[in-house]
Design a protein around this ligand. Sequence first.
Ligand code: GDD
Ligand code: MN
Length: 379
Amino acid sequence: MAISESVKPLELAVVVPTFNEAANLKELIGRLERTLSDIQWEMIVVDDDSPDGTAALLRDLALTHPQVRCLRRVGRRGLSSACIEGMLSTHAPLLAVMDADLQHDESLLPLMVTALQKEGYDLAVGTRYMDGGGVGDWDTGRQTTSHLATQLGQWWLKVSLRDPMSGFFMVRRTAFEAAVYDLSSLGFKLLLDLVVSSPQPLKVKEIPLQFRQRHAGESKLDQRVAFDYLMLLVDKTVGRFVPVSLLSFGLIGLLGVPVHLGVLRLAMLWRDWPFLQAQILAVVVAMVFNFYLNNTLTYRDQKLQGWRWWVGLIKFMATCGIGAIANVGIANAVYDDFGGWIVSSLAGILVGFGWNYGATALLVWPKRRPKPKVPPPLA
Ligand code: GDD
Ligand code: MN
C-alpha cells in the first residue's frame, strides 16, 4: 500500500487571526482537539507579529500539537487580510475562520462540516441574529451599533444574510477561490466581503451562535473599524473604478476645508490677526489635521508612530507644499491660456490633489517592514 493511501486526507483548516492573543491559544487548541477528534484538521494561526509574543508561544505549542501552524506576518495589520492569507496557505477543502478569544462556540464546527460535506452548502455561518443565537452580555451601545451596521450592509449591498458581520464561518475552498481576486480585504468584515464578491450566489446555512465573552485580553475593535466598514461598503460599490484610499484621502481633504476656514476666522476675530498670518496658521492646522486623519484611517495598516509620526508630518507638509505650488502654477497657466476662474482654479486643485495623493503614498506611507518593538524571544 502506498503511504498516501494510509493517510486520511485533510478535511478542514481552522484559520485563526491573532493580535496579542497569547493567553487564549492553549485553551483554544485544547478545545479544538476535543471537538474535532473525528475530523482531519489543521489550525492556521495568522499572527501580525504581536508584541505579546503570540508567535513564539505558538512555535512551542506546535512542537507537541502537530495540527497547529503559525503564519507570522511582519509589518502588517488587518483582520480580513490575515484571514485571506491564512486561507490561501492551506490545502484543506474546507476553510473555517474563527476568533482566538473563545467568543466563538467551537462546538458548531462539526455542524458546519456536515453542512458543507453532506448537505451541499457552500458556506455555513455562526449567526447571532436568529432563534437560538445571541450576543451575550453586550451593552446596549454595542448592540445598537451592530444592528445598524448589519442593516446598513444588508441594504447597501443587498445581502440577505441575517448576520453578515459574523466573524465565525466555514466556506468551501472552491467558493473562496472563486471570490479571492475580488475581495477588498479591508477591515474586519471578511464574511460580507466574501458573500458580495462571490461570482455565483452561495448556498448558505445559518447556524445559531451564542456569542460568548472574551476569555482573556482585549478587543481590537475600535472606532476605526467603523471607518473601515464604510470603506468596505464604498469599495464594494465603486472600488472597481477608484481606489478606496484615494476616496478616503479626498474625503479627509474635504474635511480639512471647514477646519481651515474655522481656524482662519477664529484667528482673525478672536486674536485680531492680519489675514496673511491667520491664513498661514490655518494652512498649518489643516495640514496637521489631514496628516493625522490619513495616518489613522487611510493608511491605518502602515500607521506611523513615535518619531516616525513627526518625520511623516514634516514630509507630508513638504509634499503638500509642493502640491500647493503646482496648484497655483497650473491654475495660473490655464487662466492665462483659456481664462475662466472656476475652471482654472479647479484644474489647479485637481493637479495639486493628484500630486498630494500620489506623492504622499510613495514618500510618507511607503510599504515597509519595521522591526517589532519587543522582539519575541528565541525559542
Ligand atoms: N492577524 C490579525 N491582525 N488579527 C487580528 C487583528 C489584526 O490586525 N485585529 C484583530 N485580530 C484578531 C484578534 O486577535 C481576534 O482573534 C480576532 O481577530 C477578533 O478580534 P477581536 O478584537 O476579538 O474583535 P471583536 O470580538 O470585537 O469582534 C469580533 O466580533 C465581531 C462581531 O461583532 C470579530 O469576529 C469581528 O469580525 C466580528 O464582526
Ligand atoms: Mn473577540
